[in-house]
Structures are given as structure tokens and as C-alpha cells.
Design a protein around this ligand. Structure first.
Ligand SMILES: [Zn+2]
Ligand SMILES: [Zn+2]
Ligand SMILES: [Zn+2]
Length: 806
């Protein structure tokens, strides 16, 4: 199955070291077959081997195979020495890779022969760690099946305990203050283990051996319920009380793993509407959590790939096609045929769904708009008191905020829309060795990247960097991750846009510390991110298709055909420039973009007015702006072209969230086949822009005429939307073919926020492959601005390799 490999790729991880600072020496039963001829081998294992049950696993294996020796660690990974019959060691090695604990990941195993020693037992030894340590923290992992069974077993001592976990599951990244990942460095430090928990923790044959968050009813964190004003509600069973309130239609703020959720019954339209009103979130789809896979199948047409993705230990939100008669409140995802669904990943969530009356819950990040999610109890009371009717609280602190990850299956494999819980802080390989550096990303959906050597570490999704709370979150997360991975950046990489908060932060920070600064153009960074994921050196043809990015000519780019290597790029072609009347206002009000596109395409003012539903006043105002070029910056953005098309086809004047119009256009096109019925929809390479060093211009005037003709002829919205998608794809495929004629390049990289559009991604990939291109898409970082900083890091690594000094 192709995407299993990809998931492994997403979770590709640094070489981790076991943390055996304690002088623990544990010994297994002695060898019982002294008569067999013995050999001794050393075995080095690299991969994810800390906090994931690797030591008890190896200890148990050695015991079962009756082998002597030890397991320890050093800076390069885990080192095991084994002594015993050759057949036993062979069996051990087979089982090492075939029975690996669920959260562990073996990247490499190498063996060497050693002389025999006089050992008769297998030990876990304390190890000295020298030099630079790449000790990390695992990502948070969903409750495992063993823990789930205990949770629901009335005879188990952890029956209905909301914080049970083991080495195969539980919180990690979000409860850790600093490395080494060890209980005193986590928010579990304030809960001394009871005797029984301690015994499990100390027993290498126990599933909870060194499970740092291990806890039970006797010794661990507790939940309680509060009313909206923060006063405690006396209840012997806060979980059942919460369920009753949710079913009654209340909005509950529920403290989770990486932050608070706002929860509401997803089948109750009035309750969902009330949540939207209070959260000031109109239109944007809300994620819903359901009990299990069967419940998910009942409301969505899940593909096999989506089912696998839903059940991974990262438990991301997965976008999936909604079934039509499903009982979910229409207000959950108005205007689009998809739902963002996910499965419970924390014991507390499983408890909510253990009541069969609970069918589906809206579980959305507890924040306003793109502000950081609330994590502290007092902060939640203050920030959410006006939204929630009550709080399900607990007293285990969340130390690192981390939103739920959002994914979708794009062209047969998972793609990340938001990379956060369950994926962070796992490393992503870099194709070029990088000196320690920090890439600060862009502006919206910010994620930064720290890099050193051949690995990049992306932060969790941080949100839009436009207010002080987001910047605080950025700095907090940076301090945490640079400490965790011991990366002291010598270079800071930022976007070309002079006005971004991230750019200014980078310049100030580098100035204060005398660090080297590297600037990377936005669309180059997008392509470089995808190149780096696939270890492509280039040159490649990069289709960098998105909403907004600052170009080298000071204009707003976004429909770009670039010829890229990692360290530089040429602009081969771009969509023709069109004014954005009102600047940012044209993003919030797509009719403005439609008006500008129609005027540029040669329609007269009254036609543009009629087609966009503008008033006389609006029409006159926009015409003047466009004519005089006042407050109408020029853009070649494909995202804005999608907005404009949606405004005309769907009559959508305003949007409530980023890319809403384009998402609705993709949604309505779903009813039609992929094929193109009107070739006039295809943008054409018609001119060479002399101001762009010979970059070709893709004109779209005839596309608009074909679209408006269809509209006037009464062609369905679905058909026009499908033609539009197919035409855009065809235009960029032809541009790529043109680039190949000029340069002989056959590799095409697809990147930019428009690649979240699954129809466009599919059409581009299949069309390009038909033309004999090799096509690469994002699988480990987001194609949108969440992946930008990883691309910046890759570009900087390539530049620094060539010019190590300033
Ligand atoms: Zn578990
Ligand atoms: Zn306990
Ligand atoms: Zn972008």
C-alpha cells in the first residue's frame, strides 16, 4: 500500500538515544543452554527508540531467545550486544524488525562479530553519553488497544481512569518541559507514583516500564467540571455530567492533550450555530470526532486509504466525503461536501464516547480565529468563559500547545494540511547537510523549522503571525525546540516579503546576535520544500501555485512556473498580472477579484457589474481603482483566480475563511467528470514579459470569455467549475511542456496552497504523467505555507554549502 510507506516517511526520525542516566542495571534470567556453541555480536539500531517501549521489547526478546548480553545507548543510537547460539541471534534479529513496538521505528540495523565474553544474563545498562546528543521527545500517541481494553474493563484497576497510558501510547511532546524526556522534566513530575505504578514502571517486562506519564486513580491527575464562571460543580462523575450537558445542547470546553477543545453535540443544529456565534467563526468547517471506524463509515464515504490514516497513532483529522443522509448538523460544514472527522485519541475522549447516546461531537480548537489554542486552566477560564457553558478540567499541565493535525488523501496518499499533534517533533530528512539554522516561515499558518546536519525539525502549527499572542507562541516554541534538539542557529532564513512579522523578527534577532541572514523567495521555498522531501537536486520544473507570495519584482506572485535548483530559480512563466482592487479586501471579497479579472479580460463595466453582483457605487469605485492603479497591487496568483471564478460561478461575494470560495468551487465540480469540454478554458502562453527577464505570460482573457459564455448559455455550475479546473490544469501542463522544450527538464514538482485542491492535484499529476513527466507531490510537509520554512531551510542549506562564509 503506497501510503504506508509515506506515513513512515512522515515519521522519519532522528537518531535517538536511550536515556539511561539512572544507574539502573536490570538483569534477565540466565542462559540455560551452555552446551550449544555460542557466538557474540554487536547490533546497532537507529531510529525512534526512546519512550516507545523499545528497551522492554529488546529485554523480553533476549529473554525469550535465551541470549546473554546487554542493551545500552550512545549518541548514534541503541547498541545491543548478544551472546548465544547463532540460531537464537538470527531469530532475535528477525523478530527485532518484525515485532517492533507500535511507536518505535527502526531506520537501520547493523551487526558485527565480537569475541565471546563471560556473560550469562541479559542486562539493561546505564550508559554514558558523550558529545552532542540528538536526544528527542516522541510525538503524542493515541491510546493503544491494550489501554483501551483496560479503560473499559470494570475489573481493571484503571477502569475509566481518564489518564491511563503505557509505553505504546499517551502524551509525550505536549507534557515535556525540557530534555531529557524523563518524568521529572514532564508535567507528571508533581504526581509521585503509587507503589503499584512504580512497580510497573520499574519492571522491564511490564508494558509500563519507563512509561513517563504512568498514573492511576491512586496517584495521577484528576478531572472535574466547572461552570462558565469558573465555579466547581460538585459531581461524583464529571465525565457523565459532561455527556449529559453536551446532549442537552451545551458548549463544553474540554481540556485535552495539546490544548482545550470546544465540544458540542454535532447532531444538534442549534447548538452548533450557537458555538459558531460565540466563537465568531462563520462558514469555516468544524472538525467532528466519532466513536470508532464504524461510526466514521456511517457519516463519510471513507476510502481504504482514509480508514488507515484515521487509525494511525497520530489520529489526525481526515477530510472525507460526507454521506448525504447522515444526521450531522448542516452547520458543521456548510456549503462543502466534505467533513473533517477524527477518532478519539485520549482516554477522556474514549470515555465521552463510551456512552452510546453520544454519536458525534464537534471538537474544535478552543481559540478565536487564528489565535493560539488555550492550554492553561486559568487562561481557558478567561478566554473561553464567554464561549463555553462549562469546563471539563484536569490538573495535568499542558506544557507545549499543539493543535490537532489535519490531513487528506491527495492523489492516493496522505498529505498534511496542518502538521501538529502526532507528527511534531519528529524530524524530516534534509538532502544537504545544514549548519545549525532557523527558518522562520511566512506569515499565515506559520511554522518554523530548525535544522542541523541532515535533519529538519518543524515546529507545530503556530497560526497566523499577526498578533502578540502568536509571536509569544512562536518564541516559546522556538526556545523549547532549540533546547530539545540543542540547535543554536548560526543563520536565520526568512521570506522576501519586507512587511511580514516573521521577516522583521528575523532581521532584529539576527542583528542582535550578529547571525547570518538568508532571504528566500516564497514560491521558490514552496518548490524547494517538495524537492527536499524527495531529495531532488534539480533542476526541476516547479509549479508553485498559491494565494499570496512576494515576488522579486515587488508584485504578488502565485501562479508560477519556475525552473528550480535548491539554491536558485528562474521564473519561466506566470499567470498574467491582474489588479487586486482594495488589496487585502480583495481576498475577503472575491467579487472584487472577479471584477478586476473581467475588466482585464475585456468585459465592459456594466457586464462586470452584472456578473459580480456589484452595486453602481462599487462598480464605479473599482473601475477607478483599476484604471488608476490606486490601492490595486498586481498579482499573478492562481488562488485569487480561483476566488474570482468562484465569485462569478457561485455568486459568492464574501468569504468567511481563507480559500473558502475555491474550496466551494472544488466541491461543486465534484459532480462532474475530470475531462474538459471547452478548450477555451486553457490559459495560453502568449507573450514574453520583458520586465521579467523573459518570463512568459499566461493569458486568461479567453478563459473568462468561455466561462461567461457557458454561464449565459445556462451550463450548470458543476460543469463550468469542472471545466475551469481542467482548463487551469491543462494550461500549466502545457507551460511545463514548453519549459521542457526549452530546458529538457522532465521532473515536475507540485507545490503551493492550491495543491490542497485534490481535483487540481489529480488533474495535474495525471496530465503531466501522460506527457511523460515524472511528478512529485508533498507527503511530509504541507504544500501550503505550513511547509514554507522547511523549503527555506533546504534553500539555505544549499546556499551555505556553496558559500559557507558570508
Ligand atoms: Zn497504551
Ligand atoms: Zn498509581
Ligand atoms: Zn504560499
Amino acid at each position: 500500500m503506497p501510503h504506508r510507506q509515506v506515513y513512515v516517511g512522515i515519521r522519519f526520525v532522528l537518531t535517538l538515544c536511550l536515556n539511561l542516566r539512572r544507574a539502573t542495571v536490570l538483569t534477565a534470567s540466565p542462559l540455560s543452554d551452555p552446551g550449544l556453541p555460542a557466538v557474540r555480536k554487536s547490533i546497532r539500531v537507529c531510529g525512534v527508540v526512546q519512550g516507545v517501549g523499545f528497551r522492554p521489547f529488546v529485554y523480553r526478546l533476549a529473554g525469550e531467545e535465551r541470549l546473554a548480553g546487554f542493551i545500552g545507548n550512545d549518541t548514534d543510537g541503541v547498541i545491543i550486544e548478544l551472546q548465544g547460539p547463532e540460531s537464537g541471534i538470527e531469530s532475535f534479529l528477525n523478530r527485532l524488525t518484525s515485532e517492533t513496538p507500535p511507536l518505535a521505528r527502526i531506520d537501520s540495523v547493523s551487526t558485527a562479530n565480537l569475541p565471546l565474553a563471560s556473560e550469562t544474563t541479559f542486562r539493561i545498562i546505564a550508559s554514558e553519553i558523550h558529545g552532542s546528543v540528538s536526544t528527542g521527545i516522541p510525538a503524542d500517541a493515541a491510546t493503544c488497544s491494550d489501554c483501551l481494553r483496560e479503560l473499559l474493563d470494570p475489573t481493571d484497576r484503571r477502569y475509566r481512569y481518564p489518564f491511563l497510558n503505557c509505553t505504546n501510547c499517551g502524551p509525550r511532546f505536549t507534557i515535556t518541559r525540557r530534555i531529557p524526556y524523563d518524568r521529572p522534566q514532564t508535567s507528571m513530575a508533581v504526581f509521585p507514583m503509587c507503589r503499584e505504578c512504580q512497580a510497573e514502571y520499574d519492571d522491564p517486562l511490564n508494558r509500563r516500564f519507563h512509561a513517563q506519564p504512568n498514573a492511576c486513580w491512586q496517584c495521577g491527575p484528576r478531572v472535574w467540571i466547572e461552570s462558565a464562571d469558573g465555579s466547581r460543580i460538585e459531581s461524583s462523575d464529571p465525565v457523565t455530567e459532561t455527556i449529559d450537558r453536551l446532549l442537552f445542547g451545551e458548549i463544553l470546553a474540554i481540556k485535552g492533550i495539546g490544548g482545550f477543545h470546544l465540544a458540542v453535540d454535532a447532531t444538534n443544529e442549534a447548538a452548533v450555530e450557537r458555538l459558531r456565534d460565540r466563537k465568531h467563526r462563520y462558514g469555516k468547517p468544524l472538525a467532528i470526532m466519532v466513536r470508532d471506524l464504524d461510526a466514521a463509515r456511517a457519516i463519510c464515504e471513507l476510502t481504504a486509504d482514509e480508514e488507515v490514516l484515521l487509525q494511525t497513532s497520530a489520529r489526525p483529522i481526515v477530510l472525507s466525503h460526507a454521506r448525504s443522509a447522515l444526521g450531522i448538523a448542516p452547520a458543521v460544514a456548510p456549503g462543502i461536501p466534505w467533513l473533517g472527522i477524527y477518532l478519539p485519541y485520549a482516554p477522556l475522549q474514549h470515555l465521552l464516547f463510551s456512552d452510546t447516546r453520544v454519536k458525534a461531537l464537534v471538537m474544535t480548537s478552543a481559540n478565536l480565529s487564528e489565535e493560539p489554542i488555550a492550554i492553561e486552566n486559568e487562561e481557558a477560564r478567561v478566554r473561553l468563559g464567554n464561549i463555553a457553558d462549562g469546563f471539563l478540567m484536569h490538573n495535568r499541565d499542558i506544557l507545549q500547545r499543539c493543535d490537532d493535525s489535519v490531513t487528506s488523501i491527495v492523489d492516493g496518499a496522505p498529505q498534511l494540511i496542518r502538521r501538529a499533534r502526532g507528527y511534531v517533533p519528529y524530524a524530516i530528512p534534509l538532502p544537504i547537510e545544514a549548519p545549525p539554522l532557523l527558518a522562520v516561515g511566512g506569515h499565515l499558518k506559520n511554522v518554523f523549522t530548525l535544522a542541523r546536519s541532515k535533519f529538519a525539525y518543524q515546529s507545530q502549527h503556530l497560526g497566523d503571525l499577526e498578533n502578540p499572542t502568536s509571536l509569544d507562541f512562536f518564541e516559546h516554541s522556538l526556545a523549547h525546540l532549540s533546547h530539545t534538539f540543542e540547535i543554536e542557529p548560526e543563520t536565520i532564513v526568512h521570506d522576501l516579503h519586507p512587511g511580514y512579522l516573521s521577516t522583521n523578527w528575523a532581521k532584529r534577532h539576527a542583528g542582535e546576535r550578529n547571525l547570518r541572514l538568508i532571504v528566500v523567495q516564497h514560491h521558490h521555498a514552496h518548490v524547494a520544500a517538495c524537492m527536499a522531501e524527495h531529495a531532488l537536486a534539480g533542476p526541476v520544473i516547479g509549479l508553485s501555485l498559491d494565494g499570496t507570495g512576494y515576488g522579486t519584482d515587488g508584485r504578488i506572485w502565485g501562479g508560477e512556473v519556475l525552473i528550480c535548483k535548491l539554491d536558485r530559480f528562474d521564473r519561466f512563466a506566470h499567470l498574467d498580472y491582474v489588479p487586486m482592487p482594495g488589496g487585502e479586501a480583495a481576498i475577503r471579497e472575491p467579487w472584487r477579484m472577479a471584477f478586476a479579472h473581467l475588466i482585464e479580460a475585456g468585459f465592459v463595466e456594466h457586464e462586470a457589474r452584472e456578473l459580480t453582483g456589484a452595486t453602481d457605487h462599487e462598480s464605479r469605485l473599482l473601475s477607478r481603482m483599476i484604471e488608476r492603479g490606486v490601492n490595486a497591487p498586481l498579482t499573478s496568483s492562481l488562488g485569487r483566480l480561483f476566488d474570482a471564478a468562484a465569485a462569478v460561478i457561485l455568486r459568492r461575494r464574501k468569504v468567511d475563511y481563507d480559500a473558502q470560495a475555491a474550496i466551494e468551487l472544488e466541491g461543486i465540480a465534484r459532480l462532474e467528470a475530470d475531462s474538459l469540454s471547452r478548450y477555451e478554458y486553457v490559459p495560453e502562453l502568449t507573450a514574453v514579459d520583458p520586465g521579467q527577464g523573459g518570463s512568459r505570460v499566461m493569458t486568461i482573457a479567453h478563459l473568462w470569455r468561455a466561462l461567461v459564455d457557458d454561464l449565459r448559455a445556462g451550463v450548470t455550475q458543476a460543469k463550468i467549475a469542472a471545466n475551469f479546473h481542467a482548463g487551469i490544469a491543462e494550461g500549466f501542463i502545457r507551460a511545463a511542456a514548453n519549459a521542457r522544450e526549452s530546458n529538457g527538464i522532465t521532473q515536475v514538482v507540485l507545490s503551493g496552497g492550491c495543491m490542497h485542491n485534490r481535483r487540481l492535484a489529480r488533474l495535474l499529476r495525471s496530465g503531466l504523467e501522460e506527457q511523460g513527466f515524472k511528478v512529485f507531490q508533498h507527503r511530509q510537509v504541507s504544500p501550503g505555507d505550513g511547509g514554507l520554512s522547511y523549503g527555506q531551510a533546504a534553500v539555505a542549506a544549499a546556499i551555505l554549502e556553496k558559500e559557507p562564509t558570508r
